[in-house]
Design a protein around this ligand. Structure first.
Ligand code: SAM
Length: 480
């Protein structure tokens, strides 16, 4: 591995020669493969693959070989997320420090959604997760991954950190998984090596401080900010934590970690606040850094969100171009859509253009506030699309835990049919299958809707999510 000379120099100085050689040797190894299971989606078959547990994550597993994820229907159904293991340490910070009751959490730099899907599984029920991504096309991928994960209480936004600043004391947990120089990704992503330079480390540090300054006012007094990067250097890590302590009076918090986990602590001379650093020569995973900070209870800031909207019946979008002309939506349309929900009274239905969405009643005021300053990509669940007298059920509903079992007839499909469906090819169901909307399942997990018209079934899988790869490996290795 051809590493930049200044990187070699600074890491030899940081770690010592012996540990640096160990790091270098670890970087020559194949990266471990790991997944995190979705506790809300369990197939009806036992796991086939050989797994071992990720010690710091209750749903994390290492695989002893890479599986054929693209050709596993359960991957597309959101049964698990492929995520490198070190990042799953987030769970320890959340479980130790988040409040027991409803949490309003922001994941500020969230795409593609590894930590958002993880946080959503760990947050107490009734909590709201706001997952933001500043780059527009990445925010679409984030929305897709969260829709597949299937929890209804999520808002996906596409805003700059500075757009959040006016949301004073809005969140009680904020995760800043900051864009960084990516030293911890050298083994998985050779581009990270090409892009690395001491100047880039400086630029990253400045950008991180700007992001942290923008977002700090949004944290409630007593609230928790989790700061993480996938880089090793102390400039983007300990120095930024120190900077937050000096600048904001933040308190650095500790979690108990068994020494057997191999986590490395503070590497800044003369500083001893607790931080959690993952080196591939000590832990099975990529490079990762995490620190937990608490905002002081100064009492000087307003706990009540600054913005309210009287109009809670519709989601107002900042980007007015995204709102289509109104269509005629009848009470019958809304009644049809509402009947598909497990707890219909828990949701407020709204319509934007032809799209019917549902959002948790108890979080509407928060949504109105968010909508007044942020670009909302997706809020709650898209239930369906109004077409004439009909409401066409949306794929997000098929993926959602809010779907009422029994709302649609279901048909279990074979592996070959499931893959054809996910490629958006035509599907034909047996003669005996009911006409109309049918929910397809694979190993008892919903994979999406078709409209069965008898001689064929129209495939309602989203065009933009379909499996594009023409190549199908001869041997497919699957989790279940
Ligand atoms: N948290 C994600 C996950 O677990 O899947 C990974 C996030 S990645 C480390 C950092 C993200 O920050 C990227 O998606 C990137 O687009 C975004 N980003 C880049 N520049 C940014 C900026 N100036 N402000 C906020 N986010 C930024």
């Amino acid at each position: 591995m051809n590493l930049p000379a200044p990187f070699v120099l600074s890491n030899r100085a940081l770690l010592g020669n012996e540990a640096y050689e160990e790091l270098l040797a670890a970087l020559q190894q194949e990266p471990p493969v790991s997944i995190r299971m979705n506790p809300a989606k369990q197939p009806d078959e036992p796991i086939r693959a050989s797994l071992s547990e990720v010690p710091w994550c209750s749903t994390g597993h290492y695989l002893d070989q890479r599986l054929t994820f693209t050709f596993d229907p359960l991957f597309h159904a959101g049964c698990y997320y492929v995520q490198e293991a070190s990042s799953m340490f987030l769970e320890q910070a959340l479980k130790r420090y988040m409040p027991d009751d409803r949490v309003t959490m922001l994941d500020l730099c969230a795409a593609p959604g590894g930590k958002s899907t993880h946080a959503r599984s760990v947050l107490p029920e009734g909590s709201l997760l706001v997952a933001n991504e500043v780059i527009r096309n990445r925010s679409q991928i984030l929305a897709e991954n969260l829709a597949k994960w299937g929890h209804p209480d999520v808002v996906v936004t596409n805003s700059d950190p500075s757009d959040f600043t006016s949301l004073t004391s809005f969140f009680n947990v904020i995760l800043v998984d900051a864009p960084c120089s990516g030293e911890g990704m050298f083994r998985k992503d050779p581009n990270a090596i090409d892009e690395w330079s001491p100047e880039n480390v400086e630029i990253c540090q400045q950008r991180q401080q700007r992001i942290l300054s923008d977002i700090w006012p949004c944290l409630r007094p007593g609230g928790i900010l989790i700061y993480s990067t996938c880089t090793y250097n102390t400039k983007e890590n300990e120095e930024n934590v120190q900077w937050m302590c000096n600048r904001f009076g933040a308190e650095v918090l500790e979690v108990d970690v068994p020494s057997g986990w191999g986590i490395t602590g503070n590497l800044l001379p003369d500083a001893d606040f607790p931080v959690y650093r993952f080196f591939p020569h000590h832990t099975r995973g990529e490079g990762f850094f995490l620190a937990i900070l608490r905002k002081p209870e100064t009492g000087s800031e307003d706990h009540v969100p600054t913005f309210f909207s009287a109009d809670n019946t519709a989601f107002k979008r900042k980007d007015k171009r995204a709102v289509a002309a109104p269509v005629l939506v009848s009470k019958e349309h809304l009644a049809t859509a509402k009947a598909w929900l497990l707890q219909p009274d828990a949701y407020q239905l709204s319509i934007s253009g032809t799209i019917v969405s549902a959002f948790n009643h108890s979080q509407l005021q928060q949504l109105a506030t968010l909508s007044s300053v942020l670009r909302i990509v997706q809020a709650g669940i898209i239930i369906g699309e109004v077409k004439g007298k009909d409401v066409i059920p949306h794929h997000s509903l098929a993926m959602s835990s809010a779907l009422r079992p029994g709302s649609f007839p279901t048909r279990e499909v074979s592996y070959e049919q499931a893959i054809a469906y996910l490629r958006k090819e035509a599907i034909s169901l047996p003669e005996t299958a009911p006409r109309g909307y049918v929910l397809l399942t694979y190993k008892a997990v919903p994979i999406g809707f078709v409209k069965n018209i008898g001689n064929r079934a129209n495939n309602l899988y989203p065009q933009e999510w379909r499996i594009r790869s023409g190549y199908m490996p001869e041997e497919v290795r699957m989790l279940f």
